[in-house]
Ligand binder design. Structure first.
Ligand code: ZN
Length: 205
C-alpha cells in the first residue's frame, strides 16, 4: 500500500472508495499544471480533458489586448468588403458593390458583437469566480476513483465526478453557458441529493 499523497490531507478519506490518496482540488490542479504549456491565469487555457481543465474554476476572460487584436482583424476584413464595393463602383459592377457593402456591414457588426461579448466577460467572469472559488477551495480530489468531495458536507454531499463538480461551480458562478460544446461538463447533471442540504450554494443546477 503506497500512501502517495497524505500530505496536506491528513485524516481525510474519500467517501466514494475509502481511499486516502486525496488532495485538495487546489493541490490536484496545481500539481498537474506544472507540466502544461501555459498558466490558465495568464490567458492560456489548459488542454481539453486534462485534470486542470476538468477542475477549472472558470473559463477565464479574454484580455483587453486580445480584444484589440480581434477588433483590428475585424476591421481588416471589413476593409476588404469596402474595397470590393469600391471596385464595383469604379468598374460599374453593381453586384460587387452590393456584395462588398453587405460584407463590410456584416463583418463590422459581427466584430462589434464579439468585442462587446468579451468586454462583458471581463465583468461577469471575475465576479462569478468568487462564488466558484468557494466551492473549489472546499473540494478534495480522490485520484483513486477520480471523484471530488467536500469532507464536511458543507457545500455538497457525497462524491461528484470532476465534470459534475465543474458544472456545479460554473452554474453557481453564473457562467455555465460558457462551457465549451466539447466539454463533457456541459452535459453533466449534478445529482439533486448532493445539493439537498440547506446553507450551501443556491440550488438551480
Ligand atoms: Zn475515491
Amino acid at each position: 500500500m503506497v500512501n502517495e499523497s497524505a500530505q496536506g490531507a491528513a485524516g481525510v478519506m474519500c467517501p466514494g472508495c475509502g481511499g486516502s490518496s486525496v488532495r485538495t482540488v487546489e493541490q490536484a490542479r496545481a500539481e498537474r499544471k506544472a507540466g502544461e504549456k501555459a498558466d490558465w491565469r495568464s490567458g492560456g487555457k489548459p488542454e481539453r480533458g486534462s485534470l486542470a481543465d476538468r477542475l477549472a474554476v472558470s473559463p477565464g476572460a479574454t484580455d483587453s489586448f486580445d480584444s484589440v487584436m480581434h477588433f483590428l482583424e475585424g476591421m481588416v476584413f471589413t476593409g476588404l468588403g469596402v474595397g470590393l464595393a469600391y471596385t464595383g463602383v469604379q468598374q460599374d459592377k453593381p453586384l460587387y458593390t452590393i456584395g462588398g457593402v453587405l460584407l463590410a456591414v456584416l463583418l463590422f457588426v459581427g466584430t462589434i458583437v464579439v468585442i462587446r461579448g468579451e468586454a462583458r466577460e471581463r465583468v461577469v467572469v471575475p465576479r462569478g469566480e468568487l462564488l466558484a472559488e468557494r466551492l473549489w477551495r472546499a473540494g478534495y480530489y480522490c485520484s483513486g476513483c477520480e471523484s471530488v468531495f467536500c469532507p464536511d458536507g458543507s457545500q455538497w454531499q457525497g462524491t461528484l465526478t470532476p465534470e459534475q463538480f465543474k458544472k456545479l461551480m460554473w452554474t453557481e458562478a453564473g457562467y455555465a453557458d460558457r462551457l465549451a460544446h466539447d466539454d463533457k461538463a456541459k452535459e453533466a447533471t449534478v445529482p439533486a441529493e448532493a445539493l439537498s442540504r440547506t446553507g450551501g450554494p443556491h440550488r438551480h443546477v
